[in-house]
Design a binder for this molecule. Structure first.
Ligand code: URA
Length: 445
């Protein structure tokens, strides 16, 4: 078999066999296929596309390129959840303890921030002492004992995806449905859960800017999961505005704790309960409405907050953070972003809000940049809300005061105030599973 022939075949729009895809992935991982040939094939795939069978094969081959986590020692149905990435998305910190409190084991491998989007592992590391680098034995032991553990992905989980992702990042081949779907699902499948719930975000803060694109991505990922024998369902959720009010690591953990105390922002509560209910449903706990009630009850009776406490303690974190937010890293620089005119918040470029928070230190400018866990933004005025000149739209937190001016100028370009009040959109836009797509609104919403 020759890489040249595989590139030529895809360039001409023909279907690749399992053996050809496997030849490519193995050769690229062991170094026998150079970057320039891999780039040429990626571009051919980007332009010509892959069918469902090719996409599922690519996923399985990438999932098998490294370690596969074996969760069979943990009794019960294990359900994983993945978000395609957003701004202020702290739902994992809320739904994982809820699901665990409902008796479904959560063995979750999470990632770090990517571009303007945040990552669960960075958020958890804002808790003083919290260890996200668990050994396999510690991870399994904690899930067996407490029903919950969240750890960073090991270096050898789907290494083919890691290598290919880095190449896609510099060859303008990220934004292809088959390549995104196989990249996400290869890591989920290697992580070992029986069922997978996908939170596919759409809007200005998401990789998928339109609902149609998000539905197509969700369908592709559900198809891959089902072909590989994992019960998979997706919920398409709104990301035209950050979820909740907090953006940035400590701020988001505090908001997640408040949500588990029953005091969270309504939008964050709604999306977290919906995703938790879908996880419970896939784990066989009953119909959606019953699962929603169970999820809400675990917040009302305090058992979900207690589960979060169990996890923090077991992973070396300071349990005191649940009641004393002063234990989180504190910012020395605080500034307000003030409305300069009267009107309504008409639209928000949410990816820019992520960037404004990143600039303050909440994310990484380069792979090596350290994170300022105290840095971030509290956004008080969200789309549809009325503002009066002089109102505080947001408060900025950082330890690098020199960055405040730059962050405020990004916020100015991100938030559009107008005299007309915008139409309200639902937060849950569609449900996708092996039975099909159920939209809650039309394609323009
Ligand atoms: N997240 C991933 O893990 N992979 C992609 O290709 C895009 C987003």
């Amino acid at each position: 078999m020759r890489m040249y022939d595989i590139i030529e075949k895809k360039r001409d729009g023909r279907e690749l066999s399992y053996e050809e895809i496997s030849f490519f992935i193995k050769g690229y991982c062991d170094g026998s296929i150079p970057d320039y040939q891999a780039s040429a094939l990626l571009m051919a795939i980007f332009i010509r596309g892959m069918n469902q069978r090719e996409t599922a094969d690519l996923t399985e081959i990438m999932a098998n390129s490294g370690d596969r986590v074996d969760l069979s020692e943990i009794p019960g149905i294990k359900v994983d959840k993945h978000s395609t990435g957003g701004v202020g998305d702290k739902t994992t910190l809320i739904l994982a303890p809820i699901v665990a409190a409902c008796g479904v084991p959560v063995a979750k491998m999470s990632g770090r921030g990517l571009g303007h989007t945040g990552g669960t592992i960075d958020k958890l590391e804002a808790i003083p002492g919290f260890n996200t680098s668990l050994t396999r034995e510690e991870f399994i032991r904690n899930v067996k004992r407490l029903g919950i553990a969240i750890a960073g992905q090991t270096g050898n989980l789907a290494p083919a995806d890691k290598k290919l992702y880095a190449l896609r990042d510099v060859t303008a081949t990220i934004n292809n449905l088959s390549l995104i779907a196989s990249s996400i699902m290869s890591k989920k499948i290697a992580s070992g859960a029986d069922c997978i719930v996908l939170d596919v975000k759409t809007g200005s803060g998401a990789f998928m800017k339109t609902l149609d694109q998000a539905v197509e991505l969700a369908k592709a990922m559900v198809d891959i999961g089902e072909r590989i024998g994992r019960k998979t369902a997706a919920i398409i959720t709104e990301m035209d505005i950050p979820l909740g009010n907090a953006i940035g690591n400590s701020l988001e953990v505090i908001e997640a704790i408040e949500t588990l105390k029953g005091n969270g922002p309504k939008d964050l509560q709604e999306v977290s309960f919906e995703l938790a209910a879908k996880m419970l449903q896939l784990a066989g706990k009953g119909e959606r409405s019953k699962c929603l009630e169970m999820a809400k009850a675990c917040v009302e009776n305090g058992s979900a907050l207690a589960k979060l406490g169990d996890m923090i303690e077991a992973q070396g974190g300071n349990l005191g953070v649940l009641s004393d937010y002063g234990l989180f890293p504190q910012a020395c620089g605080i500034a307000n972003f003030i409305a300069e005119e009267d009107g309504y918040i008409h639209s928000v470029k949410t990816d820019l809000l992520g960037t404004a928070s990143l600039v303050l230190g909440a994310g990484r400018e380069t792979k090596e940049s350290p994170i300022d866990y105290s840095a971030g933004i509290m956004l008080y005025k969200k789309t549809g809300m009325r503002v009066t000149r002089g109102d505080t739209i947001a408060t900025l937190y950082t330890n690098n005061k020199e960055k405040i001016k730059e962050s405020i100028s990004i916020l100015k370009s991100a938030i559009n105030i107008s005299q007309a009040s915008p139409a309200q959109k639902p937060l849950i836009l569609a449900y996708v599973d092996s039975y099909g797509v159920k939209r809650t609104c039309n394609t323009r919403c």
